[in-house]
Design a binder for this molecule. Structure first.
Ligand SMILES: [Zn+2]
Ligand SMILES: [Zn+2]
Length: 432
């Protein structure tokens, strides 16, 4: 059976709207913040909400400006390579297409998804929600759509793609003349506008406008323990006392409610083990084969970094080394540490462990730089008589490592760290 849960009823006295920390479940009474101020969780230090005025209207304007630029970025020439007496043009989507034509379907699909399809869907869906909301007339499905917009956030990798373009451009400058097309400048414009929209938009404000946060006394509600915060929209929901077999849905966004993410540990372990196993072929197999005047050898990720050092590109070598070698190891070790500590019900340094979780969540997507670079090089150089660049099987293994570790960190529930520590519900958040 599937039912919509109810929000805690308003008590007779004037009570403040409530918000639960999404990382440690501490309950707080919300207070109005001055513009630019941030309310943080006293227990784990997570950002609870930010003081923003006109957040929906400003974000809508920025996203609306990004839309025509995104169309330009996708349809006009992106980069042109002048070599062997011919010009090889490319559009934004050429990378994914070239990988497909080279027989790397899985890799092509992953690149197409994270650099084109998901960013496009997110941009359109966010505008679909924010535009009527700014005019005070939210659509009935707005909450469900906004839930997906938020969920897809880490998977829209336009800014990571831009860094991949930068690395590819530096590598190609030695080989031939590279002309930057209008689509590249439009693409940079889109990234700037999306980042600005991200900075001004306070998701909790959007949720509040769709349906206000439940009100109550945080101390009393915390003590009763029969509540849950929606994982997707952070609405506080009173749970019925005994409901075996009943699936409860959030009254605001309709997401399925859980006190903790289901099978968080088992799922995270399984994904982590799979990612660790793939990390070996990802580093041993060549990620691409570069042939120059008939001579060439397969390149591994490490060989790519060495090549950048040899050509004096130190900052770029450091960037690729960090994103492709350090970050995956850091993620695998960090997640293993978090999972083990929860298994052992450790009470040691929960705040630091939550911070580690935050870092693992944030850095994961940047490892895709190398995959994007390979896609762009394959599209621009392809298989020619003088030079040819083909993707290797290591690239697919590497992309899978990135995706699996991202899925593993999303499966993990940071509130499990705090379950061993016990409850402590502060009434007013911290303002750093
Ligand atoms: Zn917290
Ligand atoms: Zn919800």
């Amino acid at each position: 059976m599937s039912v919509n849960a109810t929000i805690p009823p308003r008590s007779r006295e004037r009570v403040a709207p409530l918000v639960a920390c999404s990382e440690c479940d501490a309950l707080y009474a919300m207070a109005a913040l001055p513009e630019g101020a941030v309310a943080c969780c006293r227990r784990c230090g997570a950002v609870l909400y930010r003081g923003r005025r006109g957040t929906v209207e400003r974000a809508r304007a920025l996203l609306a400006a990004a839309l025509p630029l995104w169309a330009v970025a996708n349809f006009l020439p992106f980069m042109t390579l002048d070599y062997e007496g011919r010009e090889q043009g490319s559009t934004l989507l050429s990378g994914a297409l070239a990988l497909w034509q080279a027989g790397h379907g899985l890799l092509a699909a992953a690149v197409f998804l994270v650099m084109f399809l998901i960013p496009t869907v997110r941009l359109l869906a966010a505008l679909w929600v924010l535009d009527p909301l700014a005019r005070g007339r939210p659509r009935p499905a707005s909450a469900r759509v906004f839930r997906e917009v938020e969920r897809l956030h880490p998977w829209a990798m336009t800014e990571v793609y831009l860094l991949g373009v930068l690395v590819a451009w530096v590598k190609l400058r030695d080989l031939a003349e590279v002309h930057l097309g209008p689509a590249l400048f439009a693409f940079v414009g889109v990234i700037v506008l999306l980042a600005a929209a991200e900075a001004v938009l306070e998701p909790l404000e959007v949720w509040q406008r769709l349906q206000p946060q439940a009100r109550g006394d945080p101390g009393r509600l915390a003590a009763s323990r029969n509540w849950s915060a929606c994982d997707a929209c952070r609405q506080l929901v009173r749970l019925p006392s005994t409901t075996p077999g009943v699936v409860l849905h959030c009254p605001r966004c309709e997401a399925v409610l859980h006190r903790r993410r289901p099978y968080a540990m088992a799922r995270a372990w399984a994904l982590l083990v799979a990612a660790t196993a793939l990390y070996v072929p990802a580093n041993l197999l060549p990620v691409m084969r570069v042939t120059w005047f008939g001579r060439g050898e397969p390149d591994t990720i490490l060989a790519g970094v060495r090549q950048l050092i040899e050509t004096g590109m130190w900052p770029l070598a450091a960037l690729v080394f960090f994103a492709s070698m350090v970050v995956p190891v850091l993620k695998i070790l960090g997640l293993a540490l978090l999972l083990l500590s929860v298994h052992l019900r450790s009470r040691l340094r929960p705040r630091e462990r939550t911070r580690l979780y935050r870092v693992v969540e944030a850095v994961g997507r940047w490892s895709m730089i190398d995959v994007f670079m390979i896609a762009i090089l394959t599209a621009l150089v392809g298989v020619g008589q003088v030079a040819s660049i083909e993707p290797g099987r290591g690239a697919t293994a590497f992309a899978l490592v990135v995706i699996l570790t991202m899925l593993a960190s999303h499966s993990f529930d940071p509130r499990l760290i705090w379950d061993a520590v016990g409850t402590d519900h502060g009434r007013s958040p911290e303002r750093p």
